[in-house]
Design a protein around this ligand. Sequence first.
Ligand code: NAI
Length: 349
Amino acid sequence: MRLSKEQLHELISKKIHNAGLTEDHAAGVADVLVHADARGVHSHGAMRVEYYAERIAKGGINNNPEFSFEKTGPCSAIFDGDNGSGHVAAKLAMDEAINMAKENGIAVVGVRRISHSGALSYFVQQASDADLIGISVCQSDPMVVPFGGAEPYYGTNPIAFSAPGKDGKHITFDMATTIQAWGKILHARSKNEPIPDSWAVDSSGEPTTDPFKVNALLPIAGPKGYGLMMMVDVLSGILLGLPFGNKVSSMYHDLTEGRNLGQLHIVINPEYFAGLSSFKEAIAQTIQELNNIKPATGYNQVYYPGQRSAEREETYEKDGIEIVDDIYEYLISDVIHNNAYDNKSPFAK
Ligand code: NAI
């Protein structure tokens, strides 16, 4: 099924509102999910609505949070999300970080006690849309074996970066520190498709191609990816005084409790360094030079990070966003959720 951004936004907002969030917060959740689907990151789009709806309905996302924002220094602050929607809290916290970086050149804003906030590209692009550099990292459920380990310890702990170029073209790099995000396993499950054997291991630690047998994910680049996910946990967990490592709450463990997750936004104002116009000029030049690199055998061209998502967004703008039929059927139904996720297991069914 193909839907326009507006149609998808309306369906998601309505479902999330019917599950219990205010209209305003439901629209905020839909903003981030539609952004993900529109960029082809379906693992973090409408596919997640039923999970969020179940968690909201069961009280595990606070539908009446008291957000608070406290500056702890000229360039540092803490935004407390009161276990409300992570999407909404992370977005508002980034708005604050943008204001601070405009004024002081740099801002580091910790977002404490939130639920899952989705695709981080949304938040870093808030910064690049405002002519600033955005960096964001966050904790996620412990489901990754540390290098050389047989049990999960860290989450898929994503890292996102966006820098403004010219004519609205941003370089946006946004990745899980695992070979694949957990959402990609869920996406494979939703389409009943096998996964490559390099993504994950089963309960005995052996590589598996069956998305339903996945018991833990693998870090990118062995010990280097493991080091990056450790860094993310320190910055978005330990630094903010939150549970860390394998004490981070699991997405599917108890849908009645808040998750107390952490996220850290760092915003840098190029005006305070190279100067905004020469910075944007150089980013535009980087984009051009990368695109002009001679492609290797088997590749059509070199893309700059985020280019394929930006191009997909343009195509979807014309043709509509592709949504899996089952997800569309759920979105248009009166069902809030099907009790499909509260399985007391760290992994979704
Ligand atoms: P991915 O593997 O699809 O892409 C990673 C990066 O590589 C992107 O920046 C993409 O633009 C770039 N890329 C991909 N192919 C490219 C090519 N041919 N040339 C140049 N660049 C290319 O992303 P991944 O790791 O699957 O993450 C998906 C989403 O999941 C992200 O939005 C991430 O923030 C989100 N996520 C959120 C979590 C949370 O707890 N909130 C946890 C883990 C991931």
